[in-house]
Ligand binder design. Structure first.
Ligand code: PRX
Length: 647
């Protein structure tokens, strides 16, 4: 076991040489002139360098004899299977990329992808990057409304979607959402439709001939079958945009988080490699969806950058039955398995018997992401899935960070419930509102036997504060699309850095994560949760303001306030407090109507768990709803400072 702390210190003392060395493991069309430039509030990595994520994710493996290795295995929920070697995947991606070119998509154009978890979702993403187009993946569970607002914000020229798709017992007719979203779209000129099921074809066909439509229609199979299997990979500047992914923040409108080709690939490549001890024979299964950042970074791009096999299951954890995950691990000999605490907690309910039927001995490392993993779930995961011994890599990161930021390594000593320490090259801290560190000093642990004791308990905890990152890291977001002001305010203006801080080249760098955390005497980080108005439901990010605006879109609602409440399985559940317009009577019917309203505006993931009709909401004198007070009251906690409360 190498001395983690001294290796880590070296990496953050010399971030440029650290990340520069990592970047040399990848291919570049042109080497960079400078590793890093920081000019408040933007960090730019590998300046002058030219590359493309696809150049490293596909082309590199064709050159180094990995062409016939499996890149992607897809298992459908109805027992089909598709396997692609790196060569085959490259051919499919090239055909699709040529298809995009044939309809006029060029470098820098934005392409929206609204697909379920099928191989075309990944082929489409890679195809866009191959020609330098920018993809924006929209989660297939989002409603027509949510789809429309994202398409419009990103100004997508093309949309890739499916006619319908199976989801458990249901068939989701996603094309209906597409038609609705595109009704008066001024940006989308072409749509490419994958036929995933034999249902609702008439509906889709009708769209293809509808003279009123303002876009051209293509079936994916028709477009792609005409294309050549060779397509050159576009040469991109390291800081060119690879993709934009929308994520909820504390206002009503989701933010378009921008990631690059250069720094992003360096960060995600290396974090997976080291944290999951990647070897050439690995079969990596992330149960995420490409509609979220995990699906981008660690389901698709990083496994391919590392030249391993990524496994994708189309279905949910409980369909066709609650044993499906364990069955698939046995069948495909999965070696590294990465999932979310909410899934673990929901599968815990079924006990250990369903797992015991399967041989999970291929597994070597387990991972967790999306929300804090409670010690009980951690221990259950290790005991039952990890044969009581496998390392659990609890990875703390965000859409904005692009890559893992705080996580253990397979050989470091874990404390269930702690995400360990910052990754190499990541300078994280917990600070107060002036930027002063709240990390405890290491006094007690110098006593003989103390460190062992501390590893077992976490009593000697520093104060809770804001989790911040104090130096740039390569996969950090480039900006918020079309909203640099929001970028600056959200990430760099929340903490006023203390004047006493040492003046070095990064003295004005303090990235605000929006999370609260504590550090214990051993330097272990304990993530508490969000400190802004973002709610995490089953690991999915939803903004309170976004939910509230879905409620007030109903003409019977005057005002709404939404909070997250702790939930045993989902992490958080959604509770809404609603003031009705004068003359409107509260009723259970109305609760149902409002629930439906939110599902229509955002999607099923945003389904409220509780709705309470109230007469008044706590507000500041300037009229802002104080959700903090609602939450404290709801949970029976101290209300705290009420000096700004109006009434
Ligand atoms: O609150 C943290 C929580 O998820 C947020 C980021 O959400 P999102 O951008 O959707 O990305 C999720 C996948 C990376 C964080 O601000 N979070 C994520 N991972 C963890 C976590 N909280 C505790 N422990 C984690 N391992």
């Amino acid at each position: 076991m190498p001395d983690y702390d001294s290796l880590h210190k070296q990496s953050i003392d010399y971030p440029e040489s650290f990340w520069g060395n990592v970047a040399e493991e990848l291919l570049w069309f042109r080497p960079w002139d400078r590793v890093l430039e920081w000019k408040y509030p933007y960090a730019r990595w590998f300046i002058g360098g030219q590359t493309n994520i696809v150049y490293n994710a596909l082309d590199r493996h064709l050159k180094n004899n990995n062409a016939d290795k499996l890149a992607l295995i897809w298992a459908s929920q109805d027992n089909q299977e598709k396997k692609y070697t790196y060569r085959q995947l490259n051919e499919e991606v090239s055909k699709f990329a040529n298809g995009l070119k044939s309809i006029g998509i060029r470098k820098g154009d934005k392409v929206a992808i609204y697909l379920p978890r099928i191989p075309e979702q990944f082929i489409a993403m890679l195809g866009c990057l191959k020609i330098g187009a920018v993809h924006s993946v929209i989660y297939s569970g989002f409603s027509a409304e949510a789809l429309k607002s994202r398409i419009e914000d990103v100004q997508a020229k093309a949309l890739i979607c499916s006619n319908a798709y199976p989801y458990g017992k249901k068939t989701v007719e996603s094309f209906k959402n597409v038609k609705e979203a595109l009704k008066d779209s001024k940006t989308v000129k072409d749509i490419i439709v994958v036929k995933r099921t034999e249902t609702n074809i008439e509906d889709v066909d009708e769209a293809s001939v509808d003279p009123k439509k303002n876009y051209r229609f293509h079936w994916w199979s028709d477009l792609v079958s005409k294309q050549d299997t060779v397509c050159s990979t576009a040469i991109m500047d390291a800081n060119d945009i690879a993709f934009i992914l929308y994520t909820s923040g504390s206002t009503g409108k989701p933010k378009g988080v921008i990631h690059s080709h250069g720094g992003y690939q360096v960060g995600i490549y290396y974090t997976l490699k080291v944290s999951f001890d990647i070897g050439s024979e690995d079969i990596f299964w992330s149960t995420a969806d490409a509609g979220w950042i995990t699906g981008h970074s660690y389901m698709l791009y990083s496994p391919l950058l590392n030249g391993i096999t990524t496994f994708i299951y189309e279905g949910t954890p409980t369909y066709p039955d609650i044993e499906i995950w364990w069955k698939l691990i046995e069948k495909y000999k999965i070696t590294k398995f990465y999932t979310a605490p909410t899934a673990i907690r929901s599968l815990m309910k079924f006990g250990e018997e369903p797992i015991k039927k399967y041989d999970l001995s291929s597994l070597k490392i387990l991972g967790s992401v999306g929300e804090p993993i409670n010690p009980e779930a951690w221990l259950w995961y290790q005991k039952n899935i990890g044969h009581s011994e496998l390392p659990i890599i609890d990875t703390w990161w965000q859409t904005e960070t692009g890559m893992f930021m705080i996580n253990p390594l397979p050989y470091t000593k874990s404390k269930p419930g702690s995400a360990f320490k910052p990754f190499f090259g990541v300078d994280a801290d917990v600070v107060d509102e002036k930027g002063v560190s709240l990390a405890p000093t290491k006094s007690m642990s110098s006593a003989p036997g103390a460190s062992q004791r501390l590893l077992e308990s976490s009593k000697n905890m520093g104060k809770q504060g804001f989790l911040v990152i104090k130096k740039p890291w390569p996969a950090m977001l480039l900006d918020v699309f079309n909203n640099p002001q929001r970028y600056k305010e959200t990430y760099f203006e929340k903490i006023k850095i203390a004047k006493t801080k040492k003046q070095d080249s990064f003295s004005d760098f303090c990235y605000f994560t929006g999370d609260s955390a504590k550090i214990d005497e051993d330097g272990y980080f304990w993530i508490v949760g969000r400190n802004d108005d973002v709610i995490k439901v089953s690991g999915h990010r939803l903004g309170s303001a976004e939910l509230e605006s879905a409620f007030v879109a109903n003409p019977k609602v005057a005002e709404a306030a939404v909070i997250g409440k702790p939930d045993e399985v989902k992490g958080e559940s959604i509770k809404a407090f609603i003031i009705l317009k004068q003359g409107v009577e509260p009723s259970d019917e109305l609760k149902k109507e409002l629930t439906l309203q939110v599902r229509m505006q955002i999607g099923p993931i945003a389904t409220p768990d509780e709705i309470e009709f109230v007469e008044k909401l706590p507000k500041t004198r300037s009229g802002k709803i104080m959700r903090r007070i609602l939450k404290a009251q709801e949970l029976g906690q101290p209300i705290g400072d009420v000096s700004t409360l109006d009434d």
